[in-house]
Design a protein around this ligand. Structure first.
Ligand SMILES: C[S@@+](CC[C@H](N)C(=O)[O-])C[C@H]1O[C@@H](n2cnc3c(N)ncnc32)[C@H](O)[C@@H]1O
Length: 240
């Protein structure tokens, strides 16, 4: 059976090295574990969720495809469903960045025992990068995916040391340097969204709003600078 994943989950799957035992924490529908099993990317997968409803959806799909020998479904919170070393690759996708950092912090023994974490935070991505740097992980790969006009950042991290500047935490140390084909579009959309937010606050002069407007202006200017850097590189490249 062919399983068609969203671009977002395909990008998550691309960061999973073949032949490793994988855990998908917060699996919901179970699409990622099933994709990994059907495509022989992983020999043994744990699909876990803290919600009974989501987990039963995953169980149904696994049962329908007779993948019970390859995918074990576990109900439970975060990494508590794993013993240290049981999963070589831990994926946590489609949740907020704060939820992801909490899950890792509460299951640090399991996270440190894994060879790789594959993370796809929906928001607060900078906080995830800072958390990784502060907790003995280094980012080894970053990717972007686009689905229906929304962009998603994917981070692969492994145990190790990493120094991060504020700029690198905000935009991604590797995204800033790797020339990703979606990076400029992703930043342009962010710039547009922030500008709209700022415009919507134009008539609001409360102290809190004024402080928020300053923050937004600074953020827009940082995004614009990174876009200008990309344009400069592109112009230099086309001169050669
Ligand atoms: C939006 S879905 C994402 C599903 C899938 N990972 C994806 O990326 O498409 C988030 C899932 O994470 C689960 N979840 C949230 N916090 C969790 C936690 N601490 N431990 C386990 N599952 C959690 C929710 O029950 C929900 O099914």
């Amino acid at each position: 059976m062919r399983i068609k994943l969203s671009n977002r989950l395909q990008a998550v799957a691309r960061q999973i090295p073949a032949g490793r035992r994988v855990a998908d924490i917060g699996t919901d529908h179970g699409y990622l574990p099933v994709f990994l099993a059907v495509n022989d990317i992983s020999p043994q997968i744990i699909a876990s969720d803290r919600g009974k409803g989501p987990l039963s959806q995953a169980e149904q799909l696994v049962g329908l495809l007779s993948l019970e020998n390859q995918i074990s479904c576990r109900l439970g919170d975060g990494l508590s469903v794993l013993s240290p070393g049981e999963a070589e690759v831990i994926c946590i996708a489609g949740m907020g960045g704060m939820a992801i950092t909490e899950i890792i912090a509460e299951g640090m023994a399991q996270a440190r025992a894994a060879l790789r974490l594959v993370l796809q935070p929906q928001r607060n991505v900078a906080a995830v990068r800072r958390f990784l740097a502060d907790n003995g992980f280094r980012i080894v790969a970053e990717d972007l995916a686009e689905d229906d006009g929304f962009y998603y950042e994917i981070i692969a991290a492994e145990p190790g040391e990493m120094q991060l500047s504020d700029l690198e935490a905000e935009f991604g140390p590797l995204l800033l340097s790797c020339g990703h084909p979606l990076f400029k579009d992703f930043l342009s959309l962010r710039e547009r969204d922030l500008t709209r937010l700022l415009e919507a606050m134009a008539d609001n002069f409360s102290p809190d709003s004024m402080a928020r407007k300053d923050q937004l202006e600074e953020e827009i200017s940082r995004v614009a600078k990174v876009i200008a850097g990309i344009d400069e590189k592109t112009a230099k490249g086309s001169e050669k």
